[in-house]
Ligand binder design. Structure first.
Ligand code: NDP
Length: 288
């Protein structure tokens, strides 16, 4: 079977990597980008540059969107809406689950199919094994085009709800950004003492975090926050020492102070002798 033609709209670092991956695998590729020059390298490699969004939509059934957010999608596709009929719009731009559902309704209203995707890779992982993308939307549409989408990354299909892939993506992003900011805070504190990121790397233990996720997940799902050797009161004392160490180093204390404030709300709620995981109950509600 001949590789299917694909249109890629949005040629930031991700869209360019995606169009290149399709070209590498012999797919005919049509591209369009607001800043036309970003398509030059791809056109030199054999991609077709569409003159406008309507032409890009008309070129292929499968249209991959790699835009900053859904607002960009409406800005681009709105004026070309009649050309949406019969297209499969694979929306790989990040946005909220509710906006993904809204986008699916809007696209379905124009006679298009919509697949939401949440890519768990940076551009360097596109087209190489090991990374995966969350997808949700009509299962039949996904199955029909899974082979083409696998050119980009492996696929993880989550269900019909178009919001699901966006939700799983944002859940990963929350963990990603909070972890990375925690690391940067650590580096700022280390840097104040002349310790570099490279110095610290051999002592940066991430395996123990993965082990904790595995150990605590079934307990959290069972709403079991029984404290033992580890208790929230101990965690609050420990985070207090982190705040004081950051203050002594003369670096910003916003992040550890926020952790301390959250943890103290757990004490106020009576969880001092419970596991620190009881904080998930605090986090499950908006703060007053
Ligand atoms: P960029 O923000 O660099 O590229 C976004 C693209 O959207 C560009 O082609 C840009 O056009 C276009 N665009 C933005 N606003 C408009 C608008 N109003 N009208 C027309 N075009 C618009 O993003 P990336 O390529 O890095 O990422 C694309 C998506 O993938 C984002 O949603 C991002 O969150 C997600 N993602 C990115 C990852 C990464 O590592 N970069 C990893 C996983 C997901 P122009 O070139 O003209 O500015």
């Amino acid at each position: 079977q001949e590789p299917a033609g694909v249109t890629v709209i949005g040629l930031g670092p991700m869209g360019r990597a995606m169009a290149a991956a399709f070209l590498d695998r012999g797919h005919p590729v049509t591209v369009w980008n607001r800043t036309a020059a970003r398509a030059d390298g791809l056109v030199a490699r054999g991609a077709v540059r569409a003159a406008d969004v309507g032409e890009a939509l008309a070129a292929n059934e499968v249209v991959v969107l790699s835009l900053t957010d859904h607002a960009a999608m409406y800005a681009l596709l709105g004026p070309a809406a009649p050309a949406l009929h019969g297209r499969v719009i694979v929306n790989l731009g990040s946005d909220t689950p509710e906006r993904a559902r809204e986008a699916a309704r809007w696209l379905t209203g124009h006679g298009a199919h919509h697949l939401t995707g949440g890519v768990q890779s940076d551009p360097s992982g596109i087209g190489s094994p090991g990374s995966s993308t969350f997808y949700s939307g009509p299962e039949e549409v996904f199955r029909l085009h899974r082979g083409t989408l696998r050119v980009l990354t492996d696929t993880t299909y989550l269900g019909e709800d178009p919001g699901l892939a966006a939700l799983y993506y944002q859940l990963q992003m929350n963990l990603f950004w909070t972890s990375l900011l925690g690391w940067l805070q650590t580096l700022a504190m280390a840097g104040a003492h002349g310790i570099t990121a490279a110095d610290l790397l051999p002592h940066t233990e991430t395996e123990s975090l993965a082990a904790m996720f595995r150990y605590y997940s079934p307990r959290i799902d069972a709403d079991d926050h029984t404290g033992g050797a580890e208790r929230l009161s101990m965690e609050v004392a420990s985070v207090g020492h982190v705040v004081a160490t950051a203050a002594e180093a003369g670096v910003d204390t916003t992040l550890p102070s926020a952790l301390l404030a959250l943890s103290r709300r757990g004490l106020d709620a009576g969880y001092a002798e419970s596991s620190f995981t009881s904080l998930v109950r605090i986090l499950a509600k908006p703060s007053d």
